[in-house]
Design a protein around this ligand. Structure first.
Ligand SMILES: [Zn+2]
Length: 458
C-alpha cells in the first residue's frame, strides 16, 4: 500500500519546506519535491501543513473516579482524538492498593484492546509501593511501560508519602523509567476542604478556593527536590500555577532535569469560569483547578521559552448529567476532570501560533516531538522522517470552526470551550499509513491501534 501526500508544507519541530511525502505500508518511505511514483492513494495537501500526528501523553479513558467512570472509553476517546489530529495517546493504568502493577497493566490493556483506533501506551499510577512493587517496576519498564505516575494528593486513595516517592525515584535511576508527579499538597487541601464544607461552602468554586496555587508550588518544589536528591529526572504533570512554574524554571536554571506539561484548559480558561451561574462551575472542576486569568500569559511564556515542554490534555470527561451532578450539594463530590482530547491541537495552534505566542515549529514540538522524546517514542513517533511511523496530519491553517459539544465527538454532554471560534484544524489524519479521518468522517477501525512499547530514557 502506497500513499502519496502531495504539494503540502511539511513541518516538523525544526523544519518547514514544500515537499511530498511517500508512505509505504505503515511508514514514511521518502520525502522529496515532486515525487513521481504510482500510489494507491494520493492526498492533495496544497495550502496545508503536513504535520507529525499529535501525541497526547495525559489521558484518562474509561477511568473509574469517585463512584463514576470517565465518559470516553478507548473507542470514543481515540476516535475523538483522531478528529482533532492526535494519533497517539499515553493513558494511565491504575494500581489500586493491594494489587500488583502487572494486574493493573493487564486490566488497562483489556480496556484498550479491540477499541483503540490510534496507538496507545500506558503510564503506571502507583498507589501502593512495597518491595515487590519496586521489583515489578523493572519488569514493566522492560515491557514498555517506562513511566510511573505518583500522587502527592488524595490521601487514602492515590497519595504516597515522601519516603515511598523517594524510593520510586531511586528505582528509576536504575531501570531508566521516568516518574511523573501530580504535585499538590494533599493534606493541606484536605484541611481546607473540610473547613469550607463545615462553613457551608458547597458550590463548585470552592473546589478552586481550597486548592491554592501555593499548595501546587510547594508540592512541585518538594517533588523536584526529592528527584534532585535521588539524582533522577522528574516530569510534573498538568502544571497550572505560575508559582509552580517558578519552581520548575528555577530548577532548570540550576541544570536539573525537571520537565513539566501544561494543558489547554490552563491556557484558555480561568477561575472566572467557576463563577458561572448555577452549577455550571462544575464543568471546570478538575485538579489542579483553573487559575487567575493572568496566569495564562505566564504559562504561554513557559511554553515559548521551554520551561514547559509539552501540552497534554488530562482528558477525563464526566457528563454534567448524573456524573458532575453527584456533587450538586458538595463540591468535593464532583468528579474531577474535563474533556479536551479533541480540541488540543486547534486550540494551541490558534492561541499559540496564530496569536504570535509560539512559532509553528514550537507548536509541533509541544504537541508531538517533545512528548515523543520524553516518553520514549522518538523517532518512531513525533516527526516526519524516512522510517518513522506514518502518523501524519494534513492540517488546514485557515479553516475556522466553532467548538461545541454538538459537533465534537467526545462522549460528553458539554464542552468547556462551547462557542469559542478557533482557526486551524486537522483535515486528513493518518495512523501508521491508514487514513482514519477524511472529509469530516472517521474512516478507521476501532481496535486497529497498537500498544506502544516505549523505550527507556537514553
Ligand atoms: Zn490526570
Amino acid at each position: 500500500m502506497r500513499t502519496l501526500i502531495k504539494n503540502g508544507t511539511v513541518v516538523t519541530a525544526v523544519d518547514r519546506y514544500e515537499g511530498d511525502v511517500l508512505i509505504e505500508d505503515e511508514q514514511v518511505a521518502l520525502i522529496g519535491t515532486a515525487i513521481d511514483v504510482a500510489a494507491d492513494k494520493v492526498i492533495d495537501a496544497a495550502g496545508k501543513y503536513v504535520l507529525p500526528g499529535g501525541i497526547d501523553v495525559h489521558t484518562h479513558l474509561d477511568m473509574p473516579f469517585g463512584g463514576s467512570t470517565s465518559a470516553d472509553d478507548f473507542q470514543t476517546g481515540t476516535i475523538a482524538a483522531a478528529f482533532g489530529g492526535t494519533t497517539s495517546v499515553v493513558d494511565f493504568a491504575i494500581q489500586y492498593k493491594g494489587q500488583t502493577l502487572h494486574h493493573a497493566w493487564e486490566t488497562w490493556m483489556k480496556k484498550a484492546e479491540g477499541k483503540a483506533a490510534i496507538d496507545y501506551g500506558f503510564h503506571m499510577i502507583m498507589t501502593d509501593l512495597n518491595d515487590q512493587t519496586e521489583a515489578e517496576m523493572d519488569a514493566l519498564v522492560r515491557q514498555g511501560v517506562t513511566s510511573f505516575k505518583l500522587f502527592m494528593a488524595y490521601r487514602g486513595v492515590f497519595m504516597l508519602d515522601d519516603g515511598s516517592i523517594f524510593k520510586a525515584l531511586l528505582r528509576t535511576g536504575q531501570n531508566g523509567g521516568t516518574i511523573c508527579m501530580h504535585a499538590e499538597n494533599g493534606d493541606v487541601i484536605d484541611v481546607l476542604v473540610q473547613r469550607a464544607l463545615a462553613a457551608g461552602h458547597t458550590a463548585p468554586k470552592y473546589h478552586a478556593l481550597t486548592r491554592p496555587p501555593r499548595a501546587e508550588a510547594e508540592a512541585t518544589h518538594r517533588a523536584i527536590a526529592l528527584a534532585e536528591i535521588a539524582d533522577v529526572p522528574i516530569y510534573i504533570v498538568h502544571l497550572s500555577a505560575a508559582e509552580a512554574l517558578e519552581m520548575v524554571t528555577e530548577a532548570r536554571d540550576r541544570g536539573l532535569h525537571a520537565y513539566a506539561e501544561t494543558c489547554p484548559q490552563y491556557l484558555f480558561l480561568s477561575y472566572d469560569n467557576y463563577e458561572e451561574p448555577g452549577f455550571d462551575g462544575a464543568k471546570y472542576v478538575m485538579s489542579p483547578p483553573l487559575r487567575a486569568r493572568q496566569t495564562q500569559e505566564q504559562l504561554w511564556r513557559g511554553l515559548a521559552f521551554n520551561d514547559l515542554q509539552c501540552v497534554s490534555t488530562d482528558h477525563c470527561p464526566f457528563c454534567m448529567k448524573e456524573q458532575k451532578e453527584l456533587g450538586k450539594d458538595d463540591f468535593s463530590k464532583i468528579p474531577n476532570g474535563a474533556p479536551g482530547i479533541e480540541t488540543r491541537m486547534s486550540l494551541v495552534y490558534d492561541g499559540g501560533v496564530r496569536a504570535g505566542r509560539i512559532s509553528l515549529n514550537r507548536f509541533v514540538e509541544l504537541t508531538s516531538t517533545s512528548p515523543a522524546k520524553i516518553f520514549g517514542l522518538f523517532p518512531r513517533k513525533g516527526t516526519i522522517a524516512p522510517g518513522s511511523d506514518a502518523d501524519i496530519v494534513v492540517f488546514d491553517p485557515d479553516r475556522t470552526m466553532t467548538l461545541s459539544a454538538k459537533t465534537l465527538h467526545m462522549n460528553v454532554d458539554y464542552n468547556p470551550y462551547e462557542g469559542r471560534q478557533v482557526t486551524g484544524a486537522a483535515d486528513t489524519v493518518l495512523s501508521r499509513g491508514r487514513v482514519i479521518i477524511e472529509n469530516g468522517a472517521f474512516t478507521g477501525r476501532p481496535g486497529s491501534g497498537n500498544f506502544l512499547k516505549r523505550a527507556t530514557r537514553s
